[in-house]
Design a protein around this ligand. Structure first.
Ligand SMILES: Nc1ncnc2c1ncn2[C@@H]1O[C@H](COP(=O)(O)OP(=O)(O)OP(=O)(O)O)[C@@H](O)[C@H]1O
Ligand SMILES: [Mg+2]
Length: 243
């Protein structure tokens, strides 16, 4: 098991954003976390990445990482593509990419940068331009490239398709597919349920901070449990799958 999250909770003062969530990501697989606005998806990813304080146990690649700084988690092989992309608009595209490698001390950073430019020709052409010249979709590619510059084994992605044109949505999901084919494990948070279920092998549904449902994505696509977990009464789904 690459990532194991056990009984994770995140609170902001009295608000329990994530409540006793357990999930896992297998080596080389794609898992997706679905849920409505405010369900706790971002809080969950940020807690896994160590940028938000949390309670519970996290294990990654055979080590217990609860309590580790996010920098140490990056060094261990985790990288986050954050919600809203968080590109630094005043820095160049290349500087943004290099930020992803800030933890690395090896000699292959330059060659990895070259691979990013092969993967994203739109970025290569404008490597010395500020991030502000990019469209929303290109900024998303830059945010993904920046995370890849950390050489992760597990990529955490927070709503990478949000606000993008259909063309870029397809590109994001094509990229997820090809990155996963090359062995990268991905934990994908999405509101684009249909695309996410197609991309992932295992799906979790968060509702008001709690895990309402989890299943093989093929099962989720076929069943009406997903709609029930999203909408009002999810007790049936819960009982069936969490009995
Ligand atoms: N920094 C914060 N301080 C206080 N409350 C917060 C903070 N961040 C999130 N929350 C609250 O925690 C809950 C979960 O928020 P979170 O952003 O994790 O959900 P989400 O599923 O990512 O939502 P979205 O789909 O809108 O991105 C919400 O009720 C939100 O208002
Ligand atoms: Mg969010």
């Amino acid at each position: 098991m690459l990532l194991e999250v056990r009984n994770l909770s995140v609170s902001y003062g009295k608000v329990a954003a994530v409540n006793d969530v357990s999930l896992h990501v297998e080596e080389g697989s794609v898992a997706t976390v679905l849920g409505a606005n405010g369900a706790g998806k971002t809080s969950l990813l940020n807690a896994i990445m160590g940028v938000t304080r949390a309670q519970g146990t996290l294990r990654f690649a055979g080590q217990t990482i609860s309590g580790w700084s996010s920098a140490r988690r990056v060094s261990a092989g985790m990288a986050l593509v954050p919600e809203g992309r968080r590109i630094l608009l005043s820095l160049t595209i290349e500087e943004n990419l290099l930020m992803g490698a800030y933890q690395r001390r090896d000699r292959e950073i330059a060659s990895d940068l070259g691979r990013m430019y092969e993967l994203f020709p739109n970025l290569a052409r404008r490597r010395n331009d500020p991030g502000s010249v990019l469209s929303g979709g290109e900024q998303q590619m830059l945010a993904i490239g920046r995370a890849l510059m950390a050489r992760p084994r597990l990529l955490l992605m927070d709503e990478p398709s949000l606000g993008l044109s259909p063309l870029f949505v397809r590109e994001v999901f094509n990229l997820i597919h090809s990155l996963n084919s090359s062995g990268l494990a991905i934990l994908l948070v999405e509101q684009n349920t249909r695309m996410a279920l197609q991309a992932a092998q295992w799906g979790y549904v968060l509702k008001l901070g709690r895990l309402a449902l989890e299943a093989d994505t093929e099962e989720l696509m076929k069943s009406d449990d997903l709609a029930r977990a999203y909408l009002g009464d999810n007790t049936t789904a819960k009982h069936r799958l969490h009995a």
